[in-house]
Design a protein around this ligand. Structure first.
Ligand SMILES: Cc1ncc(COP(=O)(O)O)c(C=O)c1O
Length: 384
């Protein structure tokens, strides 16, 4: 089954990985298998490595200047080729990273006390963004992984100024439908609210699923929406701090033009790597997607064999698996027991919102062997 997978992505050495100094590899003790933060273990795409090596060779580590590098056109071509998404390069802007961009844009459109919607359980820094700006959290939980557009509409009617949409969704790995996004755009527009659409995981949409870019669904979506994208998840470039905003209306572009200087610039190495990834990274990305597709099915098989009571719906995009561990009776935060007794680090479910109690998030952006090792350790933690 693994014969068709790229061996460079499946034969990973744990010893080699432990030489990395990123958060994933340094936060926990040496004997812990880290399967938490959203970084992948695969070697970088060759075009990205070449771009970075070239920059170092040229001592080219100054400030970034995205336009001459062709960042906007590279993203537009990538979006068109991968998704059929028509992006006007004039609407592509640079930001240091998605969380920074979401924070800075939300600061422009909200004032303390304003309500901001998120769909829990969700990527935990969204809570921090809303708190940092003194806004009020308007939690509209997903229902079976799906957007509850009626409940979102009710929040907009109560005065919520914006929603931070997570599409594809982290940690559930689900994707909203075109109809849901169209309805969301209509109710946001009717209430003068904004949709900040975090689409950072879309290049990792897996076989059988279709990502619908929010800005593609309707004129209302283009009026009221801003998309946040990046090569950082799909090409493992988070440490290079480079992301993009996408706008498709004058109203949204005017907002982005008001971003403060520090919030509208990405790092030079990040820009170089991102252009290389968008321009020449597609074959590597296809190989990664094949491994993730394999791993999500492998995880289902391993859990069925070893921990059949654990509920898991394979992600439809990305490399994060949301595990319902409640039947194992490990308390509100099962990741604590898994770390202590199994020496495997998952993300704590409750950090994603109250719906995460009894859950944990497992990172499967690694080799099949390390997915097996993670499940083995989870099993050991509960005496299997
Ligand atoms: C949904 C989502 N948005 C944003 C980020 C972080 O992106 P950045 O590093 O560009 O801030 C992540 C990282 O895992 C994520 O899952």
């Amino acid at each position: 089954m693994e014969a068709s997978l790229n061996p460079e992505l499946t034969n990973l050495s744990l010893e080699q990985l432990r030489l990395r100094r990123s958060a994933k590899w340094r936060y926990y003790d040496e004997d812990v298998l880290p399967a938490w933060v959203a970084e992948m273990d695969f070697p970088l795409a060759a075009p990205v490595k070449i771009a970075l090596a070239e920059a170092v060779e040229l001592d080219d580590t100054g400030y970034g200047y995205p336009d001459p590098l062709g960042l906007a056109a590279a993203f537009a071509d990538f979006a068109k080729a991968r998704l059929g998404w028509e992006v006007d390069p004039a609407g592509v802007g640079s930001i240091p990273d998605v969380v920074n961009g979401l924070t800075s844009v939300l600061r422009l459109i909200s004032k303390p006390g304003d309500r901001v919607i998120i769909n829990t359980p969700v990527y935990h820094p969204f809570f921090g963004i809303i708190e940092e700006l003194g806004c009020e959290l308007a939690e509209v939980p997903l229902v079976d992984g799906e957007l509850d557009v009626d409940a979102i509409d009710a929040e907009f009617r109560r005065g919520a100024v914006a929603i931070i949409l997570c599409s594809p969704h982290n940690p559930m790995g689900t994707l909203p439908t075109e109809a849901q996004l169209g309805a969301l755009a209509a109710c946001a527009a009717a209430n003068g609210a904004w949709v900040l659409s975090d689409e950072i995981h879309w290049p990792l949409t897996l076989p059988g699923a279709r990502h619908v870019p929010f800005l593609s669904v309707s004129p209302e979506a283009r009026e009221r929406g801003i998309a946040f994208v990046s090569a950082s998840k799909a090409f493992n470039l988070a440490g290079l701090c480079c992301a993009q905003t996408v706008t498709a209306s004058e109203r949204a572009a005017e907002l982005i033009a008001k971003l403060p200087f520090a919030a509208a610039h990405a790092g030079h190495l990040g820009l170089l790597a991102t252009v290389a990834a968008y321009r020449d990274g597609a074959p590597w990305l296809d190989d990664v997607i094949a491994v993730l597709d394999h791993n999500r099915a492998l995880l289902a098989d391993l859990l069925a064999a070893k921990l059949p009571e654990v509920a898991y719906a394979p992600p439809r995009a990305g490399y994060l698996a949301w595990l319902d561990l409640r039947p194992l009776d490990l308390g509100e935060d099962p990741s604590e027991a898994l770390l202590e007794r199994g020496r495997v680090a998952l993300n704590a479910g409750p950090t994603f919102g109250p719906q995460g109690r009894g859950f944990a998030r497992l990172n499967i952006g690694t080799s099949p062997a390390l997915v097996e090792e993670a499940v083995k350790r989870i099993g050991e933690a509960v005496g299997r």
